[in-house]
Write a protein that binds this ligand. Structure first.
Ligand SMILES: *Cc1c(COP(=O)(O)O)cnc(C)c1O
Length: 377
């Protein structure tokens, strides 16, 4: 497959070619830790499964194709992928991060990497001026999430990438959108990161992380770190992720059309104070969403009148399951402040407990709306 094929075609085929020895149409699960060598150092491209495994190679080629990148790298979790990017930096380097990010990213940066001498500035990256104010002579990395988790703000990737000096790495966490909605490298990012646990896997049955990038030197260093640090996925997990990705394009269409209908329903509901969804004209960055995203996606956050009302809603749905995570075929509901973003409470990036986050699944939208109507009654 090439970039000229439509995305729905590429998601079905990317990275996977029939097995040369058997013709198996799906890449086998090479459930092996090591590979027999003909003579010391003489092997068929694989010597040990931390360094490389054919099922993982298929997944790495798959994400590279989907992001329009030269290279892909697979990790055991989204956080392992982020951690490996951070190891491109040295003590004393400065990182600019959006002030609305996944709680685990905040925890990794503030509670782990800070101890190793990295400096972080948390900035409102919905404004390019805030980026300018945050830049320092030792800034080496700009970390973006768009849409953000959980407030659904957008970062203007082209404007922000153009706003940093050469030598500053621009990395985008593309978990919420997936490559079916936006390909950050086309907007000037250097590295795209995914928690493949979410939309790419798509079935809430595997934890994983992926990177995609074009730069040869950066790829060599990340490939070295992937093996040297060792946060790699097993072959079964790679297989499950590849299997999930085949339906990514069609799933994102349904996630998005369901979520738009639900966002419109919620916006008209008297118990809902505010709906945050990039597909609504009331979203403050609706014009940017139209420019940057092919579809508005499946994530919605809403504010209720009180934290008690938010808590009550999360416990009253029957189809929407009360759980962390997102991006699966089944709908989920949560209260970020007490769940996924607990690690940011008491920090400057804490989210209000009046907030409820929905991961809209691919069930019939009428059933989902009925479920939410009952929960809000
Ligand atoms: C879940 C998530 C991560 C972390 O990924 P894991 O696979 O859970 O390690 C990072 N970023 C975002 C936006 C996420 O939703």
């Amino acid at each position: 497959m090439t970039q000229k094929h439509h995305l729905a075609t590429r998601t079905v085929h990317a990275g996977v070619t029939p097995d040369p020895t058997t013709g198996a149409i799906m890449t086998p699960i090479y459930q092996t830790s090591t590979f027999v060598q003909a003579a010391p150092g003489e092997h068929k491209g694989y010597d040990y499964s931390r360094s490389g495994n054919p099922t993982r190679t298929a997944l790495e080629q798959c994400i590279a194709e989907l992001e329009g990148a030269k290279y892909g790298l697979a990790f055991s979790s989204g956080l392992a992928a982020i951690d490996t990017i951070m190891r491109l930096l040295n003590p004393g380097d400065h990182v600019i991060v959006g002030n609305d990010v996944y709680g685990g990213t905040f925890r990794l940066f503030e509670r782990v990497h800070k101890r190793y001498g990295l400096e972080f500035t948390w900035a409102d990256l919905t404004s390019p001026e805030a980026l300018k104010a945050a830049l320092q002579p030792n800034t080496r990395l700009l970390w973006l999430e768009t849409p953000t988790n959980p407030l659904m703000s957008l970062a203007d990737m082209s404007a922000l990438a153009a706003g940093v000096p050469a030598g500053v790495i621009v990395a985008v966490d593309n978990t919420f959108a997936s490559p079916a909605i936006q390909q950050p490298l086309a907007f000037g990012a250097h590295i795209v990161m995914h928690s493949s646990t979410k939309y790419l896997g798509g079935h809430s049955d595997v934890v994983g992380g992926l990177l995609a990038l074009n730069d040869d030197d950066m790829h060599n260093t990340l490939r070295f770190l992937q093996n040297a640090v060792g946060g790699v996925p097993g072959p079964m997990d790679c297989f499950l992720t590849l299997r999930g990705i085949k339906t990514l394009a069609i799933r994102m269409e349904r996630h998005s059309s369901n979520a738009l209908r639900i966002a419109q329903f919620l916006e008209d509901h008297p118990a809902v104070r505010r709906v945050r969804y990039p597909g609504l004209e009331s979203h403050p960055q609706y014009a940017l969403a139209q420019r940057q995203m092919r579809l508005p996606g499946g994530m919605i956050s809403l504010e209720l009148e009180s934290s008690e009302a938010a808590r009550r809603m999360t416990m009253r749905t029957q189809i929407f399951a009360l759980a962390e995570s997102l991006g699966g075929v089944e709908s989920l509901i949560e209260q970020p402040g007490t769940m996924t973003h607990m690690s940011t409470s008491d920090s400057t990036i804490a989210v209000p407990n009046t907030l409820v986050r929905l991961s809209v699944g691919i069930e019939h939208v009428d059933d989902l709306i009925d479920d939410l109507r009952r929960a809000l009654a």
